[in-house]
Design a protein around this ligand. Sequence first.
Ligand SMILES: N[C@@H](CCC(=O)N[C@@H](CS)C(=O)NCC(=O)O)C(=O)O
Length: 202
Amino acid sequence: MLKLYHHPNSTFARRVRIALIEKAIPAELIEVDMVARAHRAPWYLALNPYGRVPTLDEDGFVLYESTAILDYLEATHPTPPLVPADARGRALVAMHMKLCDLQLARQTSTIIFPKRFLPPERWDQELMAQAKREIERHLEVLETQLQGKEYLVGDCYSLAEVCYTPFVEFFPLMEITPPPAVAAWSGRILQRPSAAQTKPPR
Ligand SMILES: N[C@@H](CCC(=O)N[C@@H](CS)C(=O)NCC(=O)O)C(=O)O
């Protein structure tokens, strides 16, 4: 049985929970009590030396990094597919997954971690404003790519959308008004049952 170490408020772990639901893969979800710093406890560091969630454990095979886990689930549970069949389609999905991490996830964390978990006097407003500008620039690129399309690649919901879902959730908290095609696309992906069932409590 597959085990997933996660936290309900974790954006990166949510990606994996979404894929598990989309693919109807049975898994035991183990909540790591991050408030109690269980992710820094020796037992957890023995699994994932970086002390982050998600971590997957399948009969002793341990894997961390959400995108690596998503690729593994796709390889081991190819139906229903979350990547296109052709090489170019797959490469485009990989490109979007990477760009989501580089151009949105990192900058989103800079803004939402303080907003969700720290009092305003501890916010680095300058850093947060810079992150917001970077996100807005990235959304302009996505806006162009999404013209006339419902999804980023091959016009099918894919791992690219799985990666983006937890981060587009926080446009309102980040006070970001996405351009129209990005707004429609985010609404579409947030409406999926897999997104609704994994919505973070906070
Ligand atoms: N690149 C990692 C990022 C994972 C990550 O940063 N997870 C956060 C929760 S959303 C975490 O565990 N943070 C705890 C820490 O860094 O101490 C992935 O894609 O899995």
